[in-house]
Design a protein. Structure first.
Length: 312
């Protein structure tokens, strides 16, 4: 009797398994139509100002479970997108000048067989782009619109009879691009500071130098220009800031300031490409006290590793 019950149970489980597979069949077929679209309508690309400044922009394909043939999406750079607040969100972006970039293809993105994304490479002209003071902020945009495709449809959005958005359009992207200095980033900060009285006598000396590098305080050096960065503090984490300017040929570092707290600033230093480190010595007066500082700034990680996907 038990054997018969086991057989009946086995048949029931098999039948149930077969029946449970039937709804799954609905999900293993392609959709009724294929579509091409931009994954983000408001991407922000921050590029480190190395010798080669390149990045990719591309489209995605939907509606297919497998990609067996090459597809394409034709596009144009469409400045009119920057004139519509519905697309810009009220931001007043400036069209990226043609002299600032080149495209690996001026009109078509190819989606290779076996892939679901097709892209082109945007190459920035380093000299032209980084010599523009506005290029360090969210100023310049590259507006791109899909015009045609080998796929069935383009994600142009859908609207009701009153013009209200049902599905937002994804047939365009407004790509904002800016740069940061290769000398920017988070640095471990160590060194020594000497405070002098009005007679030049040592009043106080502080050494901030932990042998375990990662236990030292950190400074975030922010971009001013391609070869200029701004410190968040001075000396032993005092309020104030200095500007480090790197001569790209000699790696000599000049030190200046626009901070009213810092007076009589003098100093210089060097930048080590091998170590990605600043070695600087400087003196200044603050609150009627004189200071001598010897600092070492060692990069925590390459600045591009601090970057991730962003939207404006």
């Amino acid at each position: 009797m038990m054997k018969i019950n086991n057989i009946i149970l086995g048949v029931a489980l098999l039948a149930g398994g077969l029946m449970s597979c039937e709804p799954y069949e609905d999900y293993i077929e392609d959709f009724d139509y294929t579509i091409v679209y931009f994954g983000s309508q408001k991407p922000l690309r921050t590029i480190v100002a190395y010798d080669e400044m390149e990045f990719k922009v591309g489209v995605a394909m939907g509606g297919k479970r497998t990609s067996e043939v090459q597809e394409y999406a034709d596009f144009v750079v469409d400045p009119s997108l920057l004139e519509d607040e519905a697309f810009t969100g009220g931001n007043e972006f400036v069209l990226l000048p043609e002299s600032y970039y080149t495209l690996s293809d001026d009109s078509r993105m190819l989606i290779p067989a076996g892939k679901y994304i097709g892209d082109i490479t945007v190459s920035l002209n380093r000299e032209n782009f980084t010599n523009d003071p506005d290029a360090t902020s969210n100023t310049y945009a590259l507006p791109i619109r899909i015009t045609a495709s080998s796929l069935d449809s383009i994600a142009s959005g859908s609207y009701d009879d009153l013009g209200n958005v049902i599905n937002p359009p994804k047939n365009y992207t407004i790509l904002v691009v800016k740069y940061i200095s290769p000398y920017s980033g988070t640095y471990y900060h160590k060194g020594a500071q000497v405070e002098l009285d009005e007679n030049g006598e040592v009043v106080n000396e502080v050494v901030y130098n932990n042998q375990d590098l990662i236990k030292n305080a950190t400074w975030n050096l922010s971009t001013i220009t391609r070869n200029q960065v701004l410190t968040p503090q001075v000396g032993n984490n005092q309020s104030g800031s200095i500007i480090l300017t790197v001569d790209e040929d000699s790696n000599l570092v000049s030190i200046s300031t626009e901070d009213d707290q810092i007076q009589d600033l003098q100093g210089q230093g060097t930048y080590s490409e091998d170590e990605s480190a600043f070695y600087i010595e400087y003196s200044f007066m603050k609150n009627e006290a004189d200071y001598l500082v010897k600092d070492t700034l060692i990069i925590r990680q390459a600045p591009e590793l601090d970057l991730g996907f962003e939207e404006w």
